[in-house]
Design a protein around this ligand. Structure first.
Ligand SMILES: Cc1cc2nc3c(=O)[nH]c(=O)nc-3n(C[C@H](O)[C@H](O)[C@H](O)COP(=O)(O)OP(=O)(O)OC[C@H]3O[C@@H](n4cnc5c(N)ncnc54)[C@H](O)[C@@H]3O)c2cc1C
Ligand code: FES
Length: 369
């Protein structure tokens, strides 16, 4: 029996982190805990525009499981953005918000016996899931070390400033923040660097501040695509194995679609190549024990066609990032506009994201997780 992924939560507090960023603290009315893992995200379902389907957006948890029953998300204003502006301008203590339960794979599994070194690399609102991860590790792994390299424009744009300072004091010797400011207001300090958080800067910081050989640490990064590409280049130069590098994207990158090739037999084909024309097709969706036949127009994704036919599929970012809409393609051929959310192994097994998926043949059958 499947349980509903939807929850109605009360806004119990707000923390204004910076001029354009607020943390929204949420709890169930009965204050029962909600299962989550550090680094996961919530999907907020927000009725921003009258007469339209409520908008959904993903927001990483800045809270961590030991703060239960509270779940917190931290929203930064995106100029011209629908939901971030709506939330920053309208959300109030006492109101209710509909959400989908926490999900996502950008997580750590804390282990009290672990003695590891985590390097977290973030910029702007990308610090949010890193906050969740660092609080969990510091709280639950007394022998582990955490270094946060955090890029911002200046001291005033630092999200969680007070909380980070308090954690540095509480976990002195185990937790350090290295700030990188592109346009600092002050003249600097012991743990401040001036410039952009690019590969040269990261190599400099790791050389100065990180005691272990770089390949022995675990790396979690979240921020703008350019920063993550630079960080990845620095870690490659240091010889860090790919399996020690974890990344979360908030926005789709224009060029991240890559072809998946060589899928074994037994399921459909998933491709990001453009050589097959997209035209109107019939798709079978298997969801919660029912088979739905849907017509997908060339200008629609499979998710959009399903929603137009009132099939209540799970989804969140609608950009191929969060995997809320993941399904397995059992037959036929599907084109993905974006594949950031899926690993190479998932693509090879025939997994698809219906929010960015278009059928290329008439025999597509997709089972939604
Ligand atoms: C897994 C995941 C976790 C996320 N966690 C957080 C979080 O913790 N905090 C947070 O503030 N946001 C987070 N986001 C981003 C968030 O979901 C929204 O995309 C963001 O708030 C913008 O939504 P909007 O409706 O205001 O803008 P939209 O109306 O959707 O977009 C307006 C324009 O802004 C661009 N845009 C969208 N997002 C960004 C961005 N982050 N930076 C720059 N330009 C952007 C869009 O491409 C578009 O051109 C996360 C996204 C994902 C996929
Ligand atoms: S809804 Fe996020 S990947 Fe499809």
């Amino acid at each position: 029996m499947s349980t509903s992924p939807y929850l109605t939560l009360n806004v119990v507090d707000l923390t204004h982190e910076t001029d354009d960023c607020v943390t929204i603290h949420l709890e169930r009315a009965d204050r029962q805990p909600i299962a989550s893992q550090p680094g996961q995200f919530l999907t907020l379902i927000v009725p921003c525009e009258a007469g339209k389907r409520p908008a959904r957006r993903s927001y990483s948890l800045s809270s961590t499981p030991h703060e239960t029953p509270r779940l917190s998300v931290t929203v930064k204003r995106v100029p011209g953005g629908l939901v971030s502006n709506y939330l920053l301008d309208n959300v109030q203590v006492g109101q209710q918000l509909e959400v989908m339960a926490p999900m996502g794979n950008f997580t750590v599994q804390p282990n009290a016996a672990a003695a590891r070194s985590l390097v977290l690399i973030g910029a702007g609102s990308g610090v949010t899931p890193l906050m969740s991860i660092l609080k969990a590790v510091l709280h639950e792994e007394p022998q582990s070390q955490v270094l946060l390299v955090y890029g911002n424009r200046n001291e005033d744009s630092v999200i969680f400033k007070t909380q980070l300072q308090a954690l540095e004091q509480q976990y002195a010797g185990r937790f350090q923040v290295e700030h990188v400011y592109s346009q600092p207001l002050g003249s600097g300090g012991a743990h401040q660097f001036k410039g952009r958080l690019n590969r040269t800067m990261l190599l400099r910081i790791l050389e100065q501040r990180h005691a272990l050989p770089p390949a022995q640490a675990e790396y979690y990064m979240c921020g703008p695509e350019g920063m993550m590409a630079e960080a990845r280049a620095a870690l490659d130069l240091l010889g860090v194995p790919a399996e020690r590098i974890h990344r979360e994207s908030f926005v789709a990158s224009a060029d991240s679609a890559e072809a998946a090739a060589g899928q074994p037999e037994g399921h459909g084909t998933v491709t990001a190549d453009d050589d097959d024309a997209i035209s109107a097709r019939t798709v079978t969706i298997q969801y919660e024990g029912t088979d739905y036949q849907i017509e997908v127009r060339p200008d629609q994704t499979i998710l959009e066609a399903a929603l137009d036919q009132d099939i209540d599929l799970p989804y969140s970012c609608q950009a191929g990032l969060c995997t809320a809409c993941r399904g397995k393609c059992h037959s036929g051929k599907v084109h993905l506009d974006e594949r950031e959310g899926l690993s190479d192994s998932e693509l090879k097994q025939g997994y698809v994201l219906v929010c960015v998926g278009h059928p290329l043949t008439n025999d597509v059958v997709i089972e939604i997780d």
